[in-house]
Design a protein around this ligand. Structure first.
Ligand code: DC
Length: 220
């Protein structure tokens, strides 16, 4: 385990990991990176440029062009952007191109919180604390449906549930960094939890990891 205070929060779409990561950032005064935003940006910027999401070299080139100032775009929060992100995320060239950006964020002197799919396995395997946040597909679909509806999108809950199943299959079945918990991640099933309960549980997991780390590193 490295000395920097990095918290990895992984999990499937709409599991609550984004809210949990934001809460951990506040609780521990750390900057937070929603790494899904990077993949969403690549997908949406390709679509805006009229490019084919299955075109591996074009997708990798787009990922290499990505800079922090391009990430704050409300167009990246839509249902279509999530689908586009999941499609470009299968390209190993895209993942390689986004690696340095994410590792630089994780390597900030004071530490950082990153949420995504492969933070604990690929981006920050030495993270101080790793959480894998899950919830049933039905609960995740309800949450995502509420969020998209609040943003003004119109679709049936059943369509969002289909999206969730398709995203799970694609994110978990790809060759490049398939979505899976790191062997040393703590699993947090938020199906029956409120946001506050989930945030609280996550904070306790990180506090326990930090206490263990401090115990190991205490000068004797
Ligand atoms: O977390 P999200 O819904 O914003 O992620 C959108 C897609 O991006 C997701 O379906 C898979 C991909 N992704 C990834 O492959 N690795 C990450 N670290 C984050 C997201």
């Amino acid at each position: 385990m490295s000395g920097s205070f990095v918290i990895a929060v992984d999990g499937p779409a709409a599991s609550g990991k984004g809210t949990i990561a934001t809460g951990l950032g506040k609780a521990f005064d750390l900057p937070v990176l929603d790494t899904g935003r990077l993949y969403r940006a690549v997908g949406v910027l390709m679509q805006r440029a009229g490019e084919d999401l299955d075109d591996t070299p074009a997708a990798a080139a787009r990922a290499r062009m990505l800079t922090a100032d391009l990430l704050d775009d409300p167009g990246f929060r839509t249902r279509a952007a999530g689908e586009a992100a999941s499609r470009v995320a299968v390209h190993a060239g895209v993942r390689d191109a986004l690696l340095a950006f994410q590792q630089a964020f994780a390597g900030q002197p004071g530490g950082a919180v990153l949420d995504g799919r492969d933070i604990g396995t690929v981006i920050a395997p030495d993270a101080l604390a790793k959480l894998y946040v899950t919830a049933s597909a039905e609960r995740r679909a309800e949450r995502r449906w509420k969020q998209l509806t609040a943003q003004g999108e119109t679709m049936a809950l059943a369509e969002v549930l289909e999206d969730i199943h398709r995203r799970d299959a694609r994110d978990g079945g790809r060759d490049a960094a398939p979505m899976r918990p790191a062997p040393d991640a703590v699993l947090l099933d938020t199906s029956e939890m409120t946001i506050e309960q989930a945030a609280d549980a996550a904070r306790r997991i990180v506090e326990a990891a930090r206490a263990r780390w401090e115990g190991h590193n205490r000068p004797s």
